[in-house]
Ligand binder design. Structure first.
Ligand code: FEO
Length: 399
């Protein structure tokens, strides 16, 4: 995509990535893609805020030169060191040998360890400014959004906040960059939530602190480094991020996420019965087959709904591994404040329940109850499964 003016003297330049299958080598984006947004701020001097990943830097350079022509690039602001935003450093150093890299004290350390870069580095602290002549860059420290060195850059004349990962989302841009240019926002809102739930839940506290800091600043445009640029309604994405971050410390929405797996259909039959009981109450229910759904797509629901129903047969004295894997990731991402119940089939000795109870203790979730059955479910088992689902749903609704 060519450069696009965000505000006078501020240009979006970015790279749409539709060929990477796994973001961070982990999260699927084959269907959705992702954008690495950079921003050129042009005054008497020029500054580039955040870069792109390695392999995409040629496109970035072309866009820079489209905007500034033969003028030198004076500054590169490194809001965040993760290589999806710094992979172009080597090329920029070759093309602009005098460019100064700007970042927090921690960024200086990371620039050396990642890129052996020790010269032409300017360290900035809270509230420091760089005058570009006609434009100003002000730096607000935002550690752990998402790494320890992260910061937000604010341009006060145009009131643009360059927030890097904060307020970002998966989803390549479809020829337009602004929130008011898309009639159907469903895709980008869903992908922003998936991005948050995959990348940032462990950093919810720092995200909230960054939001509180931004509340003190007059912001007319939120310009993150992934996904849409929010100029029409920047408060929409800020408030969504605020709500999602708060779920780290308080119960989330009234709803149940069912994560299930089945080897030969017995636990699947019970899953349908339990779902029937839950749905009878009218509570929102989202169902994921753990063996066939990447955890990336399960995490947003797990994060944003307060009830979790696990459906797992016993597999070698443990819960069915695809379901256990989801819970491992939930622990890694510090998914908290859930009420949880489980059901599942066992062949001879059982064991899934015992193991799940231990896992739930580690997760600090509130254990409701379990409903296990031997072998294939009888009609009576299914009837009890329905009642079990309904009882759990009513407990969630009463919570
Ligand atoms: Fe988009 Fe934490 O990097």
């Amino acid at each position: 995509m060519p450069a696009i003016q965000v505000r006078p003297g501020i240009h979006w330049i970015g790279v749409n990535d539709r060929t990477t299958d796994l973001f961070e080598g982990l999260w699927p984006i084959t269907q959705e893609g992702v954008s690495y947004n950079s921003y050129l701020v042009v005054g008497d001097k020029t500054a580039l805020v955040d870069l792109t990943k390695i392999g995409k830097e040629g496109a970035l350079l072309e866009q820079i030169q489209d905007v500034i022509g033969d003028r030198p690039l004076d500054y590169v602001v490194v809001n965040h060191m993760e290589p999806d935003h710094t992979g172009a450093i080597a090329l920029l150093r070759r093309v602009f040998p005098d460019v100064v890299f700007v970042g927090s004290a921690k960024t200086r350390t990371l620039l050396e360890s990642f890129y052996a870069l020790t010269e032409n580095v300017q360290v900035v602290g809270e509230g420091d400014e760089i005058a570009l002549g006609g434009k100003t860059l002000r730096f607000l420290m935002a550690p752990f959004v998402h790494w320890p060195e992260t910061m937000v850059t604010y341009e006060p004349t145009e009131k643009v906040a360059f927030t890097c990962d904060a307020f970002g989302g998966f989803g390549a841009l479809r020829g337009a960059i602004f929130d008011d240019e898309y009639a159907d926002m469903g895709f980008y809102l869903r992908e922003a939530q998936r991005y948050f739930a995959n990348i940032l839940p462990s950093f919810s506290g720092p995200v909230l602190r960054a939001i509180n800091k931004l509340d003190e600043v007059d912001v007319s445009v939120i310009a993150p480094s992934h996904g849409l640029v929010w100029r029409h309604d920047p408060s929409r994405i800020v408030n969504l991020y605020r709500t999602w971050s708060e779920y780290a410390t308080r119960p989330a929405e009234y709803g149940i996420t069912m994560v299930w797996g089945s080897m030969y259909g017995n636990t699947e039959a019970m899953m349908n019965a339990v779902a029937e009981g839950i749905s009878r109450t009218g509570i929102p229910l989202t169902i994921f087959d753990a063996a066939r759904t990447h955890v990336s797509y399960i995490l947003p629901s797990l994060w944003s709904q307060r009830g979790v129903m696990i459906g797992a047969p016993t597999y070698e004295a443990s819960p069915f591994p695809p379901v256990a894997t989801v819970l491992e990731m939930a622990e890694h991402k510090r998914v908290r404040n859930k009420q949880v119940a489980m059901f599942g089939s066992y062949g001879w000795s059982g064991g899934a329940r015992r193991s799940l109870e231990q896992k739930v203790e580690q997760l600090k979730w509130q254990w409701f109850d379990a409903f296990e059955f031997n072998g294939g479910p009888s009609h009576e088992d299914l009837r009890q499964g329905e009642a079990f689902g309904e009882r759990f749903a009513r407990a969630i609704l009463d919570s």
